[in-house]
Each structure stands twice: as C-alpha cells, then as structure tokens.
Design a protein around this ligand. Structure first.
Ligand code: BGC
Length: 274
C-alpha cells in the first residue's frame, strides 16, 4: 500500500470525483477525512464505502450543527464545511489535524459550476464559483502549509482542476477563470513551497460521469456531441481520476511539482477535420 501512515483530507467528498478519491486513498492505506457541505447522506455513503473496504479512519463530531456520522464504532470521519467560507475552512483543517494528529495530503476537490451566458451571470453566482473553486483552495492550502511548517514535515497538495484551466468553455466563464487561477496558484506555490518539501500539482479531468454533469448526462443530444469530441469514446469515471491522485500523493511522485496532468480521454487536444 502506497499511503500507509498518511492522513489525507479530501474536500467535497460526499459524491463524484471526491468520493472516488477517498476510496482510492483509503485502499492505499491512508486515513481519510471526508468533507461535505450540503450532502450529509453522500458523506455517509462515502463513509460506508470506506468501511466496506476496511478503511482505517475515524468518525468525529462535526463542529457544524449536523453530524450524521457520530458513532461508537469509529471507522471513518466526516466534517461539514463550506469551502467558500474561510473561517469554516480553517476549522476544517484544524479539526482534521486534531482528530488524526497530522495531515500529510490535501486534495482540493470541492468545486461548483453555474451555466449562464456571460451577460446574465449574477454577482452571487460569480462569487459562489470563485469562493469555492479558488478562494477555498487558497485558504485551505494556506492552513495546511501552516501546519506542515509548524511540524516541519513535508506534504502533498493536489488540486482537482479541469481541462478548462486551459480550454475555453462558453457559458462557464467564472468556472474557467477559477480553474485558470488554480493553474497559476499551483505553479506559484510549487516554487514557493518547494523549500519546505511540499509538492503542489493539478489533476485536470475532462468529462467525468458525476453529479456535476447531471443535466448533460440526461440530454442525449448534448451527450452524443460530447462523446464525439472524446477520442477514447467514453466519459471518464471517478476512479480514472482517483488512481492518478493516489500516485501523486505517494512517494513515487516525489519529483513532480507545479504540473498539471490531464485525465480526459484525449478531449483537450482533439482536433479533426471531417
Ligand atoms: C466540467 C464539466 C464538463 C467537463 C468537460 C468539467 O470541468 O465540470 O461540466 O462537462 O469539464 O467539458
């Protein structure tokens, strides 16, 4: 197992790619903190799946009002936090460290997108997207780095970005701006944090079958057009992303920092003349 003795926090892990990452890291022997904002039932489901594979985690009391997973037989740990709220982010990191005594791996996975033509985007939607996708990542990473500095230990930061840190996506301009920002955050921090033994990398998924895509998945015409653009001819699955995250989180990736690795079935650089 690649991650024995390591502790990981995966933000936004009540569903989709985040849930897949939690499972994979747990399979590799890591203790994992499951974080959710508004889907306690999804966090519970992630927890049950971790238990089913014999994952080595703990359940702790959530600081937020609701905590569905308090248990006298602890095998997982879920924490509610809104990744757009800096106070909650700091509390999330502090509570993860308090429960496991350390944090070695931070996977900044939580992300949202809002579909709207540019001229109709509201300030509230812009703020929601940028707060979760960029500000949340900035301050979660800052709190994690402070912990690693204080304890003089190395660490791994893995950001779940998107092919849209590179590729235009009309009607999702705030989302693209947040992912483009994430790309530069990663490059910058890779340099600034290297002397501390901290690596920072982006994983950039293409079209993965998750709840963020529900509308698209339910629209056969749009889905067909998208599949036509994917050379490997299928949507990705959360485990396609999770296996790369497990690798980047391990010692096998110790010389990789400041990189973006795409997991997209060839979508990003697909160009063909018919
Ligand atoms: C977005 C999806 C989109 C995919 C491929 C992802 O970053 O979240 O909505 O389908 O990129 O374009």
């Amino acid at each position: 197992m690649k991650l024995e003795g390591k502790v990981a926090l995966v933000t936004g892990s009540s569903q989709g790619i985040g849930q897949g990452i939690v499972l994979r890291l747990a399979q590799e022997g890591a203790k994992v903190v499951i974080n959710y904002r508004s889907h306690p039932e999804g966090a519970e489901e992630t927890l049950e799946k971790v238990k089913a594979i014999g994952g080595n985690c703990y359940v702790a009391k959530c600081y937020a009002a609701e905590c569905p997973n308090e248990s006298s037989n602890p095998q997982g740990y879920t924490v509610q936090a809104d990744l757009g709220n800096v106070a909650e982010i700091r509390q999330l990191i502090a509570e993860s460290i308090a429960h496991f005594g350390q944090l070695d791996i931070l996977v900044n996975n939580a992300g949202i997108e809002k579909h709207a033509p540019f001229w109709e985007v509201s300030e509230a939607d812009y703020d929601a997207v940028m707060n979760v996708n960029l500000k949340g990542v900035f301050f979660a990473t800052q709190a994690m780095v402070q912990h690693l500095k204080d304890t003089q230990r190395p660490g791994k930061i893995i950001n779940i970005s998107s092919v849209h840190e590179e590729l235009p996506f009309p009607n999702f301009t705030a989302y693209c701006a947040s992912k483009g920002g994430m790309r530069m955050l990663t490059r910058n921090l890779a340099i600034e944090l290297a002397p501390l033994g901290i690596t920072v990398n982006n994983v950039a998924p293409g079209a993965i079958e998750t709840p963020i895509n529900t509308q698209l998945l339910n629209n056969p015409e749009k889905l067909g057009a998208l599949l036509h653009n994917i050379p490997l001819g299928r949507l990705g699955q959360p485990q396609d992303v999770a296996s790369l995250v497990a690798f980047l989180a391990s010692g096998e990736a110790s010389y990789i920092t400041g990189s973006t690795i795409v997991v997209d079935g060839g979508l990003l650089w697909n160009y063909q003349e018919q």
